[in-house]
Design a protein around this ligand. Structure first.
Ligand code: FAD
Length: 337
């Protein structure tokens, strides 16, 4: 393989039902940063059916070019058709770096493509940098249960591929009315790769706000003592216009759904305010929330590691302190009304 032939940074622009996933915009922001270091361009690979209308928004978030594979066979994500189409794109354009969101789709697609084009893939990266001197991509991810950070290189194969979890990279401010070139890419023999028929799609409807979208998260851990005590957290979250998240211990105990879990094996969140109640602050939990703008910790153990990352700390019983916080917020709002 002549790695000098491989140029540019590609981002898989994941869309479902015509809506581009947030992680795509985050990856475009990181891609632009890497492209500036390498003096190259950022390209988004957009696949679907009648999705050209999404190009403008991708341009606003920093893509220089879009490669559009638009076909009825790509309307709904299917492993075989998408893996075939993306493999064709990558063998044609030969990018240096290819980034995917570590979503259900990205985690399914990226390993299959990496096997087909015979290159490496680093999953769940939390850091991406260019190595001085070699211009190789340094892909950093937690290893050994989050106790060390491993930096992985793929020096002999191209493209260098990574998945990145939603919420880890910061998206750039969009540039209004930015535009970019759209290149249509025809994928040969797509229908032959359609080996599954989707009969019906049943979506799970959740009434709760996704913790990735919340500006305020009131998070509970094992220290809350019981699922009933999570109501106290819900009351506070409601007053603050936020929602409730949880540590893995609380999820494993069956007190909250897995989709509310913050941390290394849950979601990475960056709210304006994160209130950690009865959470010790294990490294795997911190990995998912330490980038929050303001962190308040409530814990009865003054030596709990959560206080090391907290901007404000309250030492005491969360079941007594949280209702006081809720009352204080109510009072302040009433005074301001
Ligand atoms: P504990 O560690 O038991 O802490 C409870 C805290 O509550 C203590 O600090 C205690 O002082 C305090 N407390 C007790 N009673 C009260 C009270 N009445 N009022 C106030 N404070 C009180 N964890 C995650 O959260 N997310 C992950 O994604 C995740 N991924 C992991 C991945 C791997 C590979 C591994 C090995 C572990 C992972 N963990 C994860 C688990 C993590 O190591 C911790 O075990 C977990 O975060 C502990 O949850 P906790 O803080 O709720 O419970």
């Amino acid at each position: 393989m002549n790695i000098q032939e491989y140029k540019g940074i590609f981002v898989f622009a994941e869309q479902v039902d015509g809506v581009v996933s947030n992680v795509t915009y985050e990856l475009l922001g990181k891609g632009r940063e890497l492209a500036e270091t390498l003096g190259t361009e950022v390209t988004a690979v957009l696949m679907g059916c009648k999705v050209e209308g999404l190009a403008r928004r991708l341009a606003e978030y920093g893509t220089d070019r879009i490669i559009l594979a638009d076909a009825p066979e790509l309307e709904t994500y299917m492993t075989e058709t998408y893996a075939h189409a993306l493999t064709a794109v990558l063998t044609t354009y030969k990018p240096d770096i290819m980034l995917y969101g570590a979503t259900a789709i990205g985690r399914d697609l990226a390993p299959r493509v990496s096997a087909r084009i015979h290159t490496g893939l680093t999953a769940d990266c939390t850091g991406l940098e260019i190595q001085d001197g070699t211009n190789n991509l340094m892909m950093t991810r937690p290893a050994f249960g989050g106790n060390i950070m491993a930096t992985i290189l793929c020096p002999e194969h191209r493209p260098q591929m990574a998945t990145v979890r939603p919420g880890v990279m910061k998206r750039r401010e969009p540039v209004k009315d930015a535009c970019c070139a759209v290149e249509r890419f025809h994928v040969e023999n797509l229908s032959e790769h359609r080996n599954v028929e989707i009969v019906d799609i049943i979506k799970r409807v959740s009434e709760r706000m996704d913790i990735l979208d919340a500006r305020v998260l009131v998070s509970g851990g094992r220290g809350m003592g019981s699922p009933e005590n999570f109501r106290l957290l819900e009351d506070l979250a409601r007053e603050l216009g936020g929602t409730v998240s949880a540590s893995r211990a609380a999820v494993d105990a069956g007190w909250r759904d897995k989709e509310c879990q913050v941390g290394q094996t849950g979601k990475t969140v960056r709210p304006n305010l994160y209130i950690a109640c009865g959470i010790s602050g294990a490294i795997q939990h911190l990995a998912g929330m330490e980038e929050s703008d303001i962190i308040i910790a409530v814990n009865k153990d003054e030596s709990a590691p959560i206080f090391d990352v907290a901007d404000y700390g309250v030492i005491g019983d969360a079941c007594k302190i949280v209702p006081l916080l809720t009352d204080a917020v109510k009072r302040i709002r009433a005074e301001r009304a």
